[in-house]
Ligand binder design. Sequence first.
Ligand SMILES: Nc1ncnc2c1ncn2[C@@H]1O[C@H](COP(=O)(O)OP(=O)(O)OP(=O)(O)O)[C@@H](O)[C@H]1O
Ligand SMILES: [Mg+2]
Length: 480
Amino acid sequence: MSTNRGASGPAALDSKLALADLAAALETFEQLLQSKQSAHKGLIFVLLDPGVYISDRNANPIYARKLRDLAIRIRGEDRAASCLILSPHFAIPRELEREVTVMDFPLPSREEIAVYVDRVFAKLARSTAVTVTDGAALRARFAEAAVGLTFAEIRNALSYAVVDDLRLDDRDVSNVFRQKRQIVRKSGLLDFIETLGLSLDDVGGLGGLKQWLSRRRVAFSPAGRDFGVQAPKGVLVTGVPGCGKSWSAKCVAASWSLPLLKLDMGRIYSSLVGSSEEHMRHAIQVAEAVAPCVLWLDEIEKGLPRPGAHIGDNGVSLRVLGTFLTWMQEKESSVFVFATANQIDLLPPEILRKGRFDEIFFVDLPGDAERREILDIHVRRSGRDPATIDLDRLVALSGPETHGPEIALTGAELAAWINEAMINAFHRRLQLGEAAPDIGLEDFEATAHGTVPLARLRLEDIAALRHWAQGHAVRASTGG
Ligand SMILES: Nc1ncnc2c1ncn2[C@@H]1O[C@H](COP(=O)(O)OP(=O)(O)OP(=O)(O)O)[C@@H](O)[C@H]1O
Ligand SMILES: [Mg+2]
């Protein structure tokens, strides 16, 4: 809250109040405002991290009320007085919203970080106790990795890098990433998902989606950025369950060598401390701190009320989504959002509007050629050579030829089928010993009829999804 009229030049900080008790601090503010000596002086009150008193769920409302009285009084008396609230996180309570102007202090820019890293390197190079492998390329790598951290965090990461072995070299870049991992873990809202060993080649079919993603990879390279390519905002992938939505999120992050952060919508709403909107804002901040990264929102519709339903949460979930969408719209950071949705009928129309996601993809049941690719990938992943298995026969066994028109196994069902066949083969090995033949067509045939395909159970739902997709989304497959 600030009413600076009448002040000439910056107001002087007359009293530095380091009081532990907010009630006493506010009392002192009032006395200072009243006192004759200060009547013609500018006053600045500084509150450091008062969140626990003011905005936490258990905060006593009396404090917010007192601050509001103070603001009204400052304005009413036209005093050159301001109250500064300094805090890394501060949820403004409703009753104070109109009195407060929020000023965000942005994280250091790439250029500022580069200067800072150069300075730290130069300082360390002068020290006789530390061996520094200097070089413009290494400093650039440190600076690139440190984007999204505060100066204090960068200093921590570099100090940690030095103290373990009194050396600062190439291997220490990972310390910067470790610092980022900690930020994510401490947030409690996001998870770092391991994607080691995966790549977009592990996604079978979905040629359109893969091509779209592959073309955008350049936006995350320094060369692409220098050229002026803007970071893409993200994609929304919807469609038939088990056909590779979540899997694609993992594979694209791995393919782009970016960390994958999973945002659990449930946790945004369920945590006991702080408001849901504050959680969403915090999660976004954390993702921006780790950028460049992929932010994965799995089942984005989770927690949203059904359209037209009488909302039980006073619109909280829509406000949370609003916070997210506004950020998406304005975002310039290298956070690539990969959102998936299963129940598109729950998505509010604003999410589908242009300017939010760059593209909306629809993932359908895999066609013959796509099932072949998926089978090939998972057979390989089980350590077997696909050339030793009759994949054409498996394609036939998993599609319309066997199950009837329009029915095919999903990617998840194909992966599960391979696993069943592997179990079958292993049992044979247990019975017959080393001489037993390895996995073969008979294992697939023996396990082919174990489950009813999801597509048969949910043909109507799938038809409705396809119908919706025609007007709203691009097909993720290129046929087959
Ligand atoms: N196109 C695909 N290529 C390779 N593997 C796939 C593909 N689709 C699915 N799979 C396999 O099936 C598993 C489940 O798929 P995934 O979790 O991506 O489904 P989903 O579309 O997110 O489904 P849900 O809507 O149920 O969340 C994956 O872990 C992967 O092993
Ligand atoms: Mg999924």
